[in-house]
Design a protein around this ligand. Structure first.
Ligand SMILES: Cc1ncc(COP(=O)(O)O)c(C=O)c1O
Length: 364
């Protein structure tokens, strides 16, 4: 199966570890095992495969993130990356039509393309505060469309689709009998209003929610994600899943359960990092005339427009070589002329990195 290069992941593999100031990340400073209130007895647990589709304890904790999902509606995966892939493998065949709202995680258009689907991209626009235009959506999604993919809150723009708009999107999909895959890995990180938006799985019988421990719960190293969807689809997904997962590590399953059971404490810590980062970003944007940005209202990243006539890849390579600051070029997100900044890093690092970025901009 041929598949396009995964531009973001390739860029990060190449540049992230050598950065002195890493703003390419989408994670909120990760937690350690010692940050979690684990029971010592975990060290006595035999490292078998464990419960194949996720332990009852973990699925119960995941269920509590939704309004009306049951344990049978949930399957545990190898991160959200594994979840997304399983959804595509389970639903799509050659010739199917998929609409993907971009910018987004590249899996949402490159995997469908690799499976032979015809993919239509619907670009979010800055003038709409990076929210989907419902009239455009109603035009692009047709009765031939099988699946609509979106990412809410959105990476990279930090926009959050309000619940009323999610309901309108569901109406459009329902009218045309279209599945919706909503990648909700940043759900729980709304900076305005309630931290958790409604989940697509709770709103729509053909809504598929993908979640993960990586972003909202600061545990990307656990490699635990999940899918919540209606039971017949989860059965189909588990059928595919037999071939690529068996189970997630029994340790990952355990620590994910503990973290979700203590998510209020994690949220308190994470919102404090997010709000500090947002303040630093906002102050910097006010001082820096060469960039502009619709402020994020959720998630961990901001998409910044710059006013230099330099391709984003060149700018980012140059910036990192001269200053050690790593930022993600918009081209890797199909958004040339923009840069993605992860603002939920340690505040001192963010402040220093943005200062260095300004010095660099003054020099080019
Ligand atoms: C929108 C989105 N989906 C999925 C993933 C993959 O997440 P995970 O670490 O859970 O596999 C990412 C990672 O950056 C992401 O931003």
């Amino acid at each position: 199966m041929r598949i396009a290069n995964f531009k973001i992941e390739e860029w990060m593999n190449r540049y992230e570890s050598s950065a002195l100031y890493d703003l390419t990340t989408t994670c909120i400073s990760p937690l350690s095992v010692n940050d979690l209130p684990y029971e010592k007895s975990i060290f006595d647990v035999k490292l078998g495969y464990g419960d194949i589709t996720g332990s009852e304890r973990l699925k119960t904790a995941i269920k509590s993130l939704y309004e009306n999902q049951e344990l049978e509606n949930i399957t545990v995966t190898h991160g959200a990356i594994g979840a997304n892939q399983l959804v595509f493998l389970s639903l799509l065949e050659k010739g199917d039509e998929v609409v993907s709202i971009v910018p987004t995680y590249q899996q949402h258009y490159s995997i469908p393309e690799s499976l032979g689907a015809s993919v239509k991209l619907l670009f979010l626009k800055e003038e709409n505060n990076w929210l989907p235009d419902l009239e455009d959506l109603d035009r692009v999604v047709t009765s031939k469309t099988k699946l609509l993919c979106l990412n809410n809150p959105n990476n990279p723009t930090g926009s959050v689709i309000p619940d009323w708009m999610l309901e309108k999107i569901v109406e459009i999909a329902q009218k045309k009998n279209v599945w919706i895959l909503s990648d909700e890995v940043y759900r729980g990180l709304n900076l305005i209003g309630k931290p958790y938006s409604k989940s697509i799985a709770d709103l729509y019988s053909k809504g598929i929610s993908v979640g993960s421990m990586s972003k909202t719960y600061s545990l990307p190293g656990l490699r635990v994600g999940w899918i919540a969807a209606r039971e017949d689809l989860v059965v189909e997904i588990n059928h595919q899943r037999q071939y690529n997962t068996i189970s997630v590590s029994i340790l990952d399953d355990y620590f994910a359960s503990v973290a979700l059971e203590n998510r209020d404490e994690i949220a308190q810590r994470n919102f404090s990092i997010m709000h500090s980062g947002l303040k630093i970003l906002k102050n910097w944007l006010e001082r820096e005339p060469q960039v502009d940005c619709v402020m994020p209202i959720g998630g961990t990243t901001a998409l910044i427009r710059y006013n230099k006539d330099i391709p984003s890849r060149k700018l980012c390579r140059d910036l990192q070589a001269k200053t050690g600051v790593a930022i993600l070029p918009g081209e890797t997100l199909e958004m040339e002329g923009y840069l993605r900044v992860g603002y939920c890093v340690e505040p001192g690092c963010l402040e220093a990195a943005l200062e260095k970025f300004s010095e660099y901009l003054r020099g080019v």
